[in-house]
Design a protein around this ligand. Structure first.
Ligand SMILES: [Fe+2]
Ligand SMILES: [Fe+2]
Length: 194
């Protein structure tokens, strides 16, 4: 069924039925965090609030489901996605929003698509979403407070810090880093992203 212009409460019910309670709470945390960042930087909050409730809707798919669904829907599946299928969950979420809910607001889709690994073409709105995902109130790592403070001061520096934390973690746990993340990091270091 397609719910055009679905109200936020309906979207919350839809999400709650699909994911674990912990991940649902995380999504509500992202909703709160991204609203604050959108206000701070004067970007449209509505698409990002929608993105918060959609971005992890496929995060609990098994590796097999992630790859099989992406293939079934004709989405590009790179070698690295086969190695680390979790990289597909944002791209699948965009497609689920469009197919199941009829939601296709460009800023929402872009934020959801790039929230996992980042991307060289991220907009300010996408960057704020990425930062909200890692600093939302249910995250309790020791670096969260510093990153949150930096996000209010300098988005690109905060994003560099977030990427560094993410790639260190992936390296330490023997997992693969998406090449898009490295390209984004280079651009941020050169000071040349959107
Ligand atoms: Fe995610
Ligand atoms: Fe998330």
């Amino acid at each position: 069924m397609v719910y055009i212009g679905m109200v936020e409460d309906k979207l919350k019910d839809w999400l709650q039925a699909r994911i674990s309670l912990g991940r649902y709470r995380h999504s509500l945390g992202v909703l709160e965090a991204v609203t604050g960042l959108a206000e701070r930087y004067e970007v449209a909050a509505a698409p990002l609030r929608q993105a918060a409730l959609l971005h992890d809707c496929a995060r609990e798919f098994t590796n097999e489901e992630l790859v099989a669904t992406a293939e079934e829907w004709g989405l590009p599946v790179r070698d690295i996605d086969r190695l680390s299928p979790v990289l597909l969950h944002g791209k699948l979420a965009v497609e689920i929003a469009r197919r199941d809910l009829g939601l296709s607001e460009p800023a929402m889709m872009s934020a959801v698509r790039w929230h996992t690994a980042g991307h060289p073409e991220m907009t300010l709105s996408d960057k704020l979403f990425y930062l909200a995902d890692v600093t939302e109130p249910t995250r309790h790592h020791d670096w969260v407070a510093d990153l949150k403070a930096l996000a209010l001061e300098d988005v690109d520096r905060a994003l560099l810090m977030a990427i560094g934390i993410n790639t260190d973690h992936l390296d330490r746990t023997g997992r693969t880093v998406d090449p898009d993340t490295y390209v984004l990091r280079e651009l941020l270091l050169q000071g040349s992203t959107g």
